[in-house]
Write a protein that binds this ligand. Sequence first.
Ligand code: AMP
Length: 190
Amino acid sequence: MFNLVIFGPPGAGKGTQSAKIIEKYNLAHISTGDMFRMHITQETELGKKVKELLAEGILVPDSITINMLEEEVNANPDVSGFIFDGFPRTVAQAEALDEFLKTKNEKIDLVLQLDVNEDEIKKRIAERQKVSGRADDDASKLIKRIDEYFQKTVHVLPYYQEQGKLVKIEGIGEIETIFSNITAEIDQYI
Ligand code: AMP
């Protein structure tokens, strides 16, 4: 198995690159954000619990998030590996993921950080707003999620750096160039 974590602020191109990685390497994609949104759409109990938090761009409590993730991993026993997207977002989640994978004799192999600085991300959003001609509510929520990333989620990076698993990928540039830098890293494992 090959297990990858992809990191990066909202708007860094994580979704785009994840889709390309999945296609090339046949990994199962687990995006906790997508899973929460699915629960909200389907109006499940979990969906009702997390709806407000997502609307505000606030992190869902670790225990809820970890449980949901573990269930999803358990539901996919025959895959060749996972790409974790949007998880872990806290050190507690990273530790829980390691513990959980250990029970399956598995581990995180590689953590890719799509590196785009805060100013660049906010500039992209401002440009998008200019094009659409409105300073809408979605944009302010997006800014909130970006702040959450730079204030909280980045603290997970040293956890993986200490384990020697963290690789930084320049996140500004052509999609294909970024992807080829990503595959150069993954190909060292697969
Ligand atoms: P995303 O699509 O990954 O940006 O996630 C959207 C929203 O889902 C986040 O703003 C959080 O409210 C929630 N969320 C997703 N993943 C996590 C996580 N690992 N821990 C806590 N909350 C999360």
